[in-house]
Design a protein around this ligand. Structure first.
Ligand code: SAM
Length: 356
């Protein structure tokens, strides 16, 4: 048991990093909504019918957000992971990211208005990436294809989740700790598919600095960004690769993770990717998928989840909401263990060839 004073110091340290972070991104969200409203007025557009405000839903969301932070801190106190370092960079870096974010908003607004979702599919890109990938997801500028998109991504995600995206990602660490308990990290292998800018791998390395870790992503620009972000760590390999064909031998790896990616894949590709994860896992290995809640997980949220793709271009989200992941996993030889809810997301845990 830790001394009550060190417990208090830990709580203060946690609050002093996480709360200002949340205030920063919640402030961005507030400003973003005001600017969008202003733009609509200037364009003399019919005001978008405001979703009926539902104080009960807001209260539930706030409660679940608080529960996420409590859980994050409880995991630290239980020694599952150290006090998290979000590695957001200096104040100057944060301001620069903020500038990039706000400067891009008019483009996103215009794209949303035109419902322009395929700008990145052109003569130069066609054939270089799968067709489903060449889209302006969330009406983002440049799709997944440029340095600028990679530089904006983390701000965009944190703004969407009011500064809790990293805390949600960290909820994938406890089932990983369970799988790795008592084992020599240097002899284990982890693959994170669709690793993006590397934020989840950063948290993995904060717990297991000597764990050989492979991050895969289809975007060259995001992989370059991840290399810069993760340069403080050794034993990290980052590759441009398609999760539909994971560049690893059969039965070679102890854990596969994927964070916030599955909702962006068409149903057929989701199945291929889960089959690939199952193929590269050793017997007894663990697959951890973290993504949005689905319909029925929290019935109060169903309406909000159904509305989400109307504002953000998410062509496969509707099918994601109804996807039966345990059934897909079963067909790949993976047994569904349990889910962990984390605010508006959840972590799904599967084991290969495990007696259920
Ligand atoms: C919403 S982002 C999530 C990124 C990151 N995991 C995170 O925690 O933020 C989805 C990522 O999946 C990548 N992606 C999409 N389809 C892919 C595929 N078939 N193979 C590899 N990466 C893919 C995209 O390039 C993008 O970086």
């Amino acid at each position: 048991m830790s001394h009550p004073l060190s417990r208090l110091a830990r709580r203060v340290a946690y609050a002093s990093t996480q709360l200002p972070r949340m205030a920063w991104y919640a402030g961005h969200l507030y400003m973003m909504r005001r600017l969008a409203e202003q733009a609509r007025q200037e364009e003399r557009e019919r005001p978008r019918p405001k979703p009926r405000s539902d104080p009960r839903l807001d209260q539930r969301l706030n409660g679940d957000m608080a529960a996420l932070l409590e859980q994050d801190l409880a995991n630290v106190e239980a020694g599952v992971y150290p006090l998290p370092a979000d590695h957001d960079g200096s104040l100057l870096t944060l301001l620069e990211r903020s500038r990039l974010f706000f400067r891009d908003l008019p483009e996103v607004h215009a794209r949303r208005k035109r419902n322009a979702t395929r700008e990145v599919r052109n003569a130069k890109t066609r054939g270089l990436r799968p067709d489903y990938y060449l889209q302006n997801f969330h009406f983002q500028s440049d799709g997944w294809l440029t340095e600028e998109s990679a530089d904006r991504y983390d701000t965009q995600v944190e703004v969407l989740f009011k500064g809790t995206a990293n805390a949600m990602r960290r909820q994938a660490l406890p089932p990983l700790a369970e799988a790795f308990a008592g084992r020599d990290q240097r002899k284990l292998r982890l693959i994170d598919i669709g690793c993006g800018t590397g934020r989840f791998i950063d948290f993995v390395k904060q717990v297991w600095p000597r764990l050989p870790t492979l991050g895969l992503d289809l975007s060259e620009a995001y992989i370059r960004h991840a290399r810069r972000h993760l340069k403080r760590w050794s034993r990290v390999n980052l590759l441009v690769a398609n999760a539909e064909a994971i560049p690893a031998p059969d039965n070679s790896c102890d854990a596969v993770t994927s964070i916030f990616m599955l909702h962006e894949l068409p149903p057929k590709v989701r199945r291929t990717v889960m089959g690939e994860a199952a193929r590269v896992l050793k017997s007894g290995g663990r697959l951890i998928l973290m993504d949005s809640l689905q319909l029925g997980d929290e019935p109060d949220y169903d309406g909000m989840l159904e509305r989400f793709p109307q504002l953000y271009h998410e062509p496969y989200y509707k099918s994601y909401l109804r996807e039966d992941f345990p059934a897909i996993a079963r067909r790949c030889g993976l047994a569904h263990r349990h889910d962990i809810k984390a605010y508006v997301s959840k972590v799904m845990v599967f084991d290969k060839n495990a007696a259920s």
